[in-house]
Design a binder for this molecule. Structure first.
Ligand code: NAD
Length: 264
């Protein structure tokens, strides 16, 4: 293979279908010569993930529910058996009960708070812990976050609190793994209509607001995220770690509703 990622092998976690952010990332990594493995949440998703993996030249699939410690161990055992080492892991996983992604944050239940933190935050640390012994120097980990971590976004609720913790995890993991030359970063993606995002009440309004009020006056695509992800996972980003990199068409730099007149 040729390209930016030639000779690099990595695991993509969180592919559900061809609208997944993980798919946008996988396509770009493949185009740049990376060899890919995929983990998927449950047997039901296998049917969707298998043909997509084949499209990017992979038949290395592992079932892994990240709330299951044994499944996590098994995933990295299989990577070790098959590859011996690994160069990167993409963590594109999040979950919260839909009923709590609307209305007031204050109503969050203890159970869903714990579940959301477990799946959306702890799992990244659990992945890092298992990837560390398999990673070559120059290795990289990447997770996906959202602006609702740093500002109030209607209906994002407990997921925003979880993403704030995930972003903090990126910084702590970056220092833990920095000694070994392993980099850890997050991409803060603009809202994109995916399966997970469809669980957020008022997604349509979020997309319209973002399109009208971002610097580029557009919504981002999974391919936009894939491009930035490939850079962060490649040696081009050898000096970049602990960062949250916004891929949001410049939405986060705008402080007020854009006045759509000739002055702007
Ligand atoms: P998606 O539904 O395509 O992907 C979410 C994935 O999480 C699915 O593959 C699902 O199987 C997986 N998952 C959930 N619970 C799991 C578990 N217990 N074990 C293993 N896997 C599990 O949606 P997406 O939007 O591509 O989400 C990917 C990541 O991007 C998430 O972290 C999400 O919060 C983040 N993100 C999404 C947006 C957006 O607007 N779509 C914006 C910023 C960040």
């Amino acid at each position: 293979a040729t390209g930016l990622m030639a000779g690099k092998r990595g695991l993509i976690m969180g592919l559900a279908n061809n609208r997944s952010i993980a798919w946008g990332i996988a396509k770009q990594l493949h185009a740049q010569g990376a060899e890919l493995a995929f983990s998927y949440q449950g047997e039901a998703l296998k049917r969707r993930v298998e043909p997509l993996a084949a499209e990017v030249g992979s038949d290395f699939l592992v079932e892994c529910d990240v709330s299951d410690e044994a499944a996590m161990d098994e995933t990295f055992r299989q990577i070790k058996d098959k590859w011996g080492s690994i160069d990167f892991v993409v963590h594109a996983i999040g979950f919260s009960n839909k009923e709590e992604l609307e209305g007031r944050y204050i109503e969050t239940s203890r159970d869903n708070f714990a579940l959301t933190m477990d799946i959306s935050v702890y799992s990244f640390t659990a992945v890092a812990k298992r990837a560390e012994p398999l990673m070559n120097p120059g290795g990289a980990l990447l997770t996906l976050t959202y602006y609702g971590a740093v500002k109030y976004v209607p209906n994002y609720n407990v997921m925003g609190v979880a993403k704030a913790a995930l972003e903090a995890s990126v910084r702590y993991l970056a220092v833990d793994l920095g000694k070994k030359g392993i980099r850890v970063n997050g991409i803060s993606a603009g809202a994109i209509k995916t399966l997970a995002a469809s669980g957020i009440s008022g997604l349509r309004d979020m997309l319209h607001w973002q399109e009208a009020n971002s610097a580029l006056r557009k919504n981002v695509s999974i391919d936009d995220v894939g491009g930035a992800a490939t850079y962060l996972l490649s040696d081009l980003a050898g000096g970049v770690t602990g960062e949250i990199h916004y891929v949001d068409a410049g939405f986060n730099v705008v402080g007020m509703k854009l006045l759509d007149d000739n002055s702007t």
